[in-house]
Design a protein around this ligand. Structure first.
Ligand code: FES
Length: 571
């Protein structure tokens, strides 16, 4: 180790400042040699009992700490905003940027030389990686791991995905309210995050593909001893990364992002990956656009047969070899020279991997979906882009033309969707607006709109749905999301009227509103932009600074790397 550790700027002095920094730290029993120049590792913990997916992190962190100590470092844990998906209202996404600010400022302001990011539930992963990327210290991430498979009445059930299915079955009258209530107890039966290939599992896979975790990070269940071992080894490794000065930006290169895009395609990952990966790229200064996503991700087959696109769950993926095995299967599509947190390359991981189950990680000549990934659509309804997940859509609806049924916001949708008088049929296109970053605000996961009860009763199970919202990674259907620019800032979605014809052609990447340019100009001129009242505080900061989905919905003033230079002394 040649570089002076930044923590020594706090603890290395013999003056009153060194006294103050050391003395107060000693109140918990730290001995003198804790400050002898060994690497100090900050463990950034998103533990919260309001974030059940991360509620086991106190135990998991104990393993990280053991690893740090074994390698000769000093582990110091600090809490940050825990962006849990299942409880936060109005939507966890509203708080992703807030959490990232907490992470960035906590890292920079404190005497640490390296960071371990404890991530799990959906937004806890991007928020921590974004904040750490803006600081750019040596960093490794440890995911909390998925829950064990859900079980109900002898069947395997998946987080989220089966909630949507059961809820529609209740609405269609094919599942009793009692069975619905009973299924609740079988779905979440161990610590961990959603065990479908929802957003949390996608994020855990994405950061593994980016190379900022140890191999095997994504799939081992939270309760598997191999999860604890991975945490311990990550603790050991971060101390070495500090000694070798391996900063985050040396791993997060463009080829790492391209690997992540392709892996997200191969696993049938969540649409949320796109908005989060764009935001991370923005923080680290890598030029990544929606067009890159479509170019790099096009023609990647979906190989992993997991819900919501397929049938298995994360537990099976772990037993099949996890993400290293997936990467082995698709090695010809990857930058094998991309470097990883363990000091090796993606190529090394591929070489060491074994594919143990062809039903879960399907062969290239028998993929789940031949052209998987996330498709980026253009056209006059989404000039700056919109996305769809083909593996979760109905093939017959991927090229479709129908009449719009427009809902002005989520309240309007909830009020009218089950109205028997609603003019809607199976060919209609449901349009929901004012649910984007500024409109909702927070770009909620409401894009997978429930179907009208009267159509469910007729046996309809999917329709084309278009919005400026996001959708849960566990959801499915022919759902066009992230329409940009959003309606709330006057995007074309604001101009659509019920009865207008809309066409979608996923293969041609088009989303068109079939209304003449003149008529659209008239509508635009007549558009009333409703002045909304915000409650002040963070919500106002959010609305004033959030960018559109095609830019990752990050705050304009947070984009970029600000480093972790030691701030001046306060005493
Ligand atoms: Fe936390 Fe799904 S609610 S991962």
């Amino acid at each position: 180790m040649t570089k002076k550790l930044r923590s020594q700027a706090w603890f290395g002095g013999t003056d009153k400042d060194g006294f103050i920094h050391r003395s107060w730290m000693k109140n918990g029993g730290l001995p003198d040699d804790a400050f002898d120049g060994r690497p100090i590792i900050g463990i950034c913990n998103t533990f919260s009992e309001f974030t059940p997916c991360n509620a086991h992190f106190r135990e998991l962190v104990a393993h990280v700490k053991a690893g740090v100590l074994e390698a000769g470092g000093l582990p110091l844990e600090f809490p940050v905003f825990s962006c849990g998906e299942s409880n936060l209202r109005p939507t966890a996404m509203l708080f992703r940027n807030l959490a990232s600010m907490d992470v960035e400022e906590s890292i920079r302001a404190n005497p640490m030389d390296g960071v371990v990011l404890m991530v799990g539930c959906d937004k806890t992963t991007p928020s921590l990686v974004m904040g750490a990327a803006s600081c750019d210290l040596p960093t490794i991430a440890v995911s909390g791991g998925p829950m064990l498979n859900g079980r109900y009445k002898g069947k395997v059930i998946g987080s989220g995905t089966d909630v949507w299915k059961f809820s529609e079955a209740v609405r269609a009258g094919t599942m009793s309210a009692e069975d619905f209530a009973a299924a609740e107890n079988g779905m979440s039966r161990s610590p961990g995050h959603c065990m479908t290939m929802g957003t949390a599992s996608t994020m855990a896979s994405m950061i593994e593909a980016l190379g900022i975790t140890l191999a095997g990070n994504a799939a081992w269940p939270a309760v598997d001893a191999r999860r604890a071992r991975l945490a311990r080894m990550s603790g050991r490794r971060i101390v070495e990364m500090v000694k070798q000065d391996i900063v985050l930006s040396s791993l997060l290169r463009k080829e790492a992002f391209e690997n992540a895009i392709r892996v997200v395609g191969a696993i049938g990952g969540s649409t949320n990956a796109l908005v989060h990966l764009l935001a991370i790229a923005g923080r680290v200064g890598v030029d990544l656009t929606l067009d890159d996503w479509d170019r790099v991700g096009r023609n990647v087959p979906t190989l992993v047969d997991l819900m919501p696109s397929g049938q298995f769950l994360m537990e099976e993926l772990a037993y099949a070899g996890g993400i290293p095995a997936v990467m082995k299967r698709m090695a010809h599509l990857l930058h094998l020279g991309a470097v990883t947190a363990d000091g090796g390359t993606i190529g090394d991981r591929v070489e060491a991997a074994e594919i143990l189950d062809d039903a879960v990680i399907r062969p290239l000549d028998n993929p789940l979906v031949a052209d998987g990934g996330l498709a980026v659509l253009g056209g006059n309804l989404a000039p700056n882009g919109a996305i769809i997940k083909p593996s979760a859509a109905t093939p017959a609806l991927m090229q479709h033309r129908g009449r719009a049924v427009v809902f002005d916001d989520i309240d309007d949708f909830k009020k009218r969707i089950d109205d028997p008088a609603l003019e809607v049929d199976a060919n209609s296109v449901l349009v929901l607006r004012n649910c984007g970053p500024k409109g909702y605000p927070g770009m909620a996961e409401v894009g997978n709109m429930q179907l009208p009860r009267k159509l469910l009763a007729q046996g309809v199970r999917d329709m084309v749905r278009i919005s400026d919202a996001r959708m849960s990674g566990t959801a499915f259907g022919t759902v066009v999301l992230h329409v940009s620019p959003e309606a709330a800032i006057g995007g074309p979605l604001a101009l659509v009227r019920s009865g207008d014809e809309i066409s979608i052609d996923v293969a041609a990447r088009r989303l068109e509103l079939h209304v003449g340019a003149e008529e659209l100009d008239l509508r635009r001129a007549a558009l009333q932009v409703t002045e909304r009242t915000y409650r002040g505080g963070y919500e106002t900061l959010y609305v004033n600074h959030v960018q559109q989905a095609d830019l990752g919905a990050d705050f304009d003033f947070l984009v970029g790397r600000r480093g972790a230079a030691v701030p001046r002394e306060s005493h």
